[in-house]
Design a protein around this ligand. Structure first.
Ligand SMILES: NC(=O)c1ccc[n+]([C@@H]2O[C@H](COP(=O)([O-])OP(=O)(O)OC[C@H]3O[C@@H](n4cnc5c(N)ncnc54)[C@H](O)[C@@H]3O)[C@@H](O)[C@H]2O)c1
Length: 454
């Protein structure tokens, strides 16, 4: 366990530290429960094991590699985040999960085709030791998949009970738990009456309401068990009043949705840059080729619609209502094409039409040859570690949505009446200031006048 004392930061703690209830220590084992053990999940688990065994560095993970500045620039006090806040250590992580396909995680990782053979063989015994439990699944919600290991039940309520039993069993082996959805993208669902209150939702489970998707059965089961829930997909899942109510009631934090990994990650860097310089944007055309199972699922128009909504929202950053001369007529298009030869190695192209002084047009082209799950795995790691910390933090755990984790999401969950914050660097500042806040440190505003005042 790392504390400010352990990292020698006590002296830097500000005067208001005594008023803040810091996160409680991270003692014992943290159980990570994953519905959907495909490419992202297996890359996360194999990667954690590789880091634990010293084969690799946790590149891409803020919790493992990033630092946080405390105090003034002249104080030279920048501990690593993991030495500043009490996060679970990688050695204390234990993994389990559910999938609709049988076999152990070595087989699943091989099917996913993300990691190279040598890497996989090094991790083979560990991956073979984990076998997903049978899933709560209904093909109506993911048309392109036909499962082989699926729970049967009298109703959705019965399925939720079965997931709760799985969780209760895992609770015997671990001290705390976090659930992270790494399952497929479900068909596009909009909130209905059944999603509005916890009572209506629970009745809907008993009545087998079609508006309740499998991902919501897992999320409900987790929250009922007091377990925080991360939504890595663009599914509606916990983005409904009933789940927010349950999350607050159980002090089990939630966050989502849809990992912000490749094209959208870059979009939330570039769009704020154009806006910062008051450059106009007339069009943004984004297309992708992708050949993994996620790509196959997204080839179904109903699942693609869910992803499309999540990807389209980010250009709200440009605030056309405030800057109609620059952004009112922007044409934004996003496409994903299933192209098996590329597997998990996605290629994302962007053509951006911008205009500058006197309206003169310019263009920018991006060709991002990325690796989907290599980008997603460290995000998933950070999210489970931070959400577990949130559950141990008195000022965070009862809030429901953890908006300070927006940094990780394409469509950040936010309180009603707020607009989501998409700008990557505002999101990062928010995240770091939240960490400073919960540890009783002064927030950093970047004002900096004190350096020039005698
Ligand atoms: N960069 C990325 O990889 C990235 C970025 C953002 C979001 N996502 C999202 O993360 C999710 C996982 O992506 P992936 O590449 O690992 O996909 P994947 O297809 O390799 O894995 C998803 C797994 O979920 C399983 N599944 C589906 N429904 C289930 C259910 N009801 N219960 C249990 N298991 C279920 C599938 O059988 C599959 O093994 C997808 O929704 C994807 O859109 C991925």
């Amino acid at each position: 366990m790392s504390t400010p004392e352990a990292s020698g930061n006590t002296a830097a703690a500000s005067s208001h530290s005594s008023a803040v209830m810091q996160p409680s220590p991270s003692n014992g084992k943290l159980g990570i429960m994953i519905p959907g053990m495909g490419a992202v999940a297996t890359t996360l688990i194999a990667g954690v094991e590789a880091v634990r065994r010293g084969f690799a560095k946790p590149i891409g993970s803020l919790t493992q590699m990033a630092t946080i500045r405390l105090g003034k620039r002249t104080d030279n006090n920048t501990p690593r985040i993991k030495d500043f806040v009490p996060l679970a250590g990688l050695d204390d992580l234990v993994f389990t999960g559910w999938d609709i396909f049988g076999g152990n995680l070595y087989t699943a990782a091989k099917t996913a085709g993300v990691l190279e053979r040598d890497h996989l063989e090094q991790m083979r015994p560990f991956l073979e030791s984990i076998e997903p439990m049978p899933a709560a699944f209904d093909q109506h919600y993911v048309k392109r998949l036909t499962g082989t290991r699926i729970k049967t039940g009298r109703s959705k309520c019965d399925l939720a009970q079965q997931i709760r039993s799985d969780i209760q069993e895992f609770k015997q082996k671990t001290d705390r738990q976090v659930m992270i959805w790494c399952g497929s993208t479900e068909i596009f669902l909009q909130p209905t009456a059944v999603h509005q209150t916890l009572a209506a939702f629970e009745k809907g489970l008993t009545d087998d309401d079609p508006s309740i998707a499998p991902s919501q059965i897992y999320a409900y089961a987790a929250l009922k068990e007091g377990i925080p829930f991360v939504n890595g997909a663009p599914n509606l899942t916990v983005d409904i009043p009933a789940m927010i109510e349950l999350s607050k009631k159980m002090n089990a934090p939630i966050c989502g949705k849809d990992f912000k990994t490749g094209q959208t990650f870059l979009k939330t860097v570039l769009a704020p840059a154009f806006k910062a310089r008051m450059l106009g944007v007339s069009g943004w055309y984004s297309t992708n080729i992708l050949g993994n199972r996620d790509g196959e699922v997204l080839d179904d128009p109903e699942s693609f619609k869910t992803k499309e909504e999540s990807k389209l929202g980010v250009l709200d950053i440009l605030q056309p209502e405030l800057y109609p001369d620059l952004y009112k007529d922007i044409y934004h298009k996003v496409k994903i094409n299933y192209y098996p030869p590329r597997g998990d190695n996605k290629e994302g192209w962007d053509n951006i039409d911008i205009f500058g002084w006197l309206g003169y047009p310019m263009q920018l082209k991006i060709d991002f040859l990325c690796r989907d799950s290599i980008l997603a795995a460290p995000l998933a790691l950070d999210l489970v570690l931070f959400l577990d910390m949130a559950a141990r933090t008195p000022s965070l755990r009862g809030l429901g949505i953890q908006e300070w984790l927006s940094f990780y999401f394409k469509a950040p969950q936010h309180a009603e009446g707020l607009y989501p914050e998409h700008d990557l660097f505002i999101q990062l500042m928010k995240l770091k200031n939240t960490l400073r806040h919960v540890m009783g440190e002064d927030l950093i505003t970047h004002l900096g006048l004190e350096y020039y005042n005698e």
